[in-house]
Design a protein around this ligand. Structure first.
Ligand SMILES: C[S@@+](CC[C@H](N)C(=O)[O-])C[C@H]1O[C@@H](n2cnc3c(N)ncnc32)[C@H](O)[C@@H]1O
Length: 217
């Protein structure tokens, strides 16, 4: 039974969800609609307590293989880090281990996920925020990370300092159709120089912010 659930999670749910993140990133470039926020709150209220067991544990090592490969490709030594769509704080805790001297802020839309995260990581600052409307000043972070969620390039780039880096990774991103990835990566290129890597089924994208954002991006 557990093997069947694992197979479904890895082969079916995870690729579909990553596909939906890329589509949302393209569709909601102007901001996430109100219904999406309500759906997200409902969905993660039901998932929050079990997320680490029902998704992270079930995925095993493949959950973070792309994220870890992307973290190895970073060239910044960040002092201020923002992890968006932080969920139960999985990435934020990894960042704390890698960069113990850095100030780490983690945001998420779901109060239920934030409550789990704060309980597990009392030393990290968790803030409720929509990734499309981040409550931070321009250019206030050296590194912005997003793992397994719909990216909002413009807002993530706004809070990043010139020369800072944005790391986006998806557990099953390499299974997203190439034509869609190409379209999405064209948008990423408006915000900086882009490096892309694959790790198993996972995909990571590292954007190094240009000193000047292209107008209209
Ligand atoms: C699949 S979980 C991933 C959590 C975490 N990054 C990880 O890798 O374990 C996706 C998270 O994105 C959050 N999320 C979705 N849309 C968001 C938005 N527009 N702004 C902020 N968080 C959002 C959800 O509430 C959820 O906690």
């Amino acid at each position: 039974m557990k093997n069947a659930r694992r197979w479904l999670q890895q082969r079916v749910f995870s690729p579909i969800v990553d596909f939906s993140y890329i589509v949302m990133s393209l569709l909601f470039a102007e901001g996430f609609p109100r219904w999406y926020e309500r759906f997200n709150a409902w969905h993660y209220r039901r998932q929050a307590q079990h997320y680490d067991q029902s998704v992270i544990a079930l995925e095993g090592g493949r959950y973070a293989q792309a994220l870890e490969a992307g973290l190895k490709a970073l060239s910044v030594q960040p002092k201020r880090i923002l992890d968006v769509n932080s969920g139960t704080g999985f990435v934020a805790r990894k960042l704390l281990t890698l960069f113990p001297e850095a100030h780490i802020v983690a945001t998420d839309l779901s109060e239920a996920m934030l409550a789990q995260a704060q309980q597990r990581s009392p030393t990290i600052e968790f803030v409720r925020a929509d990734t499309a409307k981040l409550p931070f000043s321009d250019e206030s972070f050296d590194l912005v990370t997003l793992h397994n969620g719909p990216p909002h390039f413009r807002e993530m780039a706004r809070v990043l300092r010139p020369g800072g880096q944005m790391l986006i990774a998806f557990t099953s991103g390499a299974r997203v159709p190439q034509w869609l990835l190409r379209r999405w990566l064209q948008i990423a290129q408006r915000f900086g120089t882009v490096r892309v890597g694959q790790a198993g089924d996972g995909l990571w994208v590292l954007v190094t912010k240009l000193s000047q954002t292209i107008r209209g991006a």
